[in-house]
Design a protein around this ligand. Sequence first.
Ligand SMILES: Nc1ncnc2c1ncn2[C@@H]1O[C@H](COP(=O)(O)OP(=O)(O)OP(=O)(O)O)[C@@H](O)[C@H]1O
Length: 205
Amino acid sequence: MEIITENLGKKFRNEWIFKSVNLRFQQGQSYTFTGSNGSGKSTFLQILSGFIPASEGKILAFKNQQPLEIEQIYKEISIAAPYLELIEEFTLEELLQFHIQFKPLIQQYSIKDFIEFIELPKARQKAIKHFSSGMKQRVKLGLTFWSDTPILMLDEPSSNLDAKATNWYLENVQKYSQDRMLFICSNQPNEYEFCSNIFNIQDYK
Ligand SMILES: Nc1ncnc2c1ncn2[C@@H]1O[C@H](COP(=O)(O)OP(=O)(O)OP(=O)(O)O)[C@@H](O)[C@H]1O
């Protein structure tokens, strides 16, 4: 996979959030976007994932050197973000059964393997609405790590995680982003200390 942004810009009403973003993203690399609250990190990620349109400029995506329509890019991406909710009425097992119909797990892992991976063995039959915020975050991160897509996007990945779960995140984000394209939006250096390409979205005002 390769993604290129050409003069990408976004404005809401009359206010430019960012402008003239010319960047090239490649598989096997990790990219972090930092910036103060409200600076546009999440907006940038949502545009890159095809979730919302840009106000100007272009995104070019390539899969196996062939052009990929931006409307099709969502199939290549797994996202964990605060604004993407899990289906609260499902039990964990139901949620996973639903998810893998659209995005199978890597290495043919089973639902049982997944529940062990996220270290929530007692929660299999529990409804998501009864999960704590940290448990939900483990599910979101686990699904991002183990869904078989070339692109991973993590917005505020360690939010709601305790120290043990933060270590779990740090260990697995590095393990499962090898050979993939990883994007992180963060203001906490410990979330992206391993990341080689760091951009401040405020440099694109
Ligand atoms: N749909 C929208 N309509 C109008 N303004 C919006 C909309 N979405 C975001 N904004 C504005 O765009 C700016 C960037 O928001 P964004 O959520 O991308 O920031 P962020 O850097 O991710 O912030 P945080 O660190 O708080 O998560 C903010 O000023 C926000 O109010």
